[in-house]
Design a binder for this molecule. Sequence first.
Ligand code: CA
Length: 124
Amino acid sequence: MRAKFHKDADAWGKQDPFVQFRYNGKVLKTSVKAGAGKEATWNEEFTLDNIAREIASGNKLRLEALDDDTVSDDWIGATMPLSYSELVTTSEKVMRKLEFVDKAGKEIGYVNISTQYIWAVGND
Ligand SMILES: [Ca+2]
């Protein structure tokens, strides 16, 4: 996962970005890239189990970018929700570019992610 931001959310120094999303009632987070500023790369994988259930529920993937802070993390922006059904159209590895928008709907950066749908034998 690689993210680029147009602005730095930290008033002092460089922002410490991380990305989070909700899946199956849990919040999954990347590590914090301390002092990374406007560009950060994560070599992290998330396995989303039982994606069929999420598709059936009509749930969507929405990545949120935050700046880690001691008091409270600053919300930087979020991607437009992506249907989980779009992630399972192929078993090939797919690179996606998702734009981050702020609360006003203004594009403030983007994130590159790669997704791969793996059919787990033994799933019912
Ligand atoms: Ca910070």
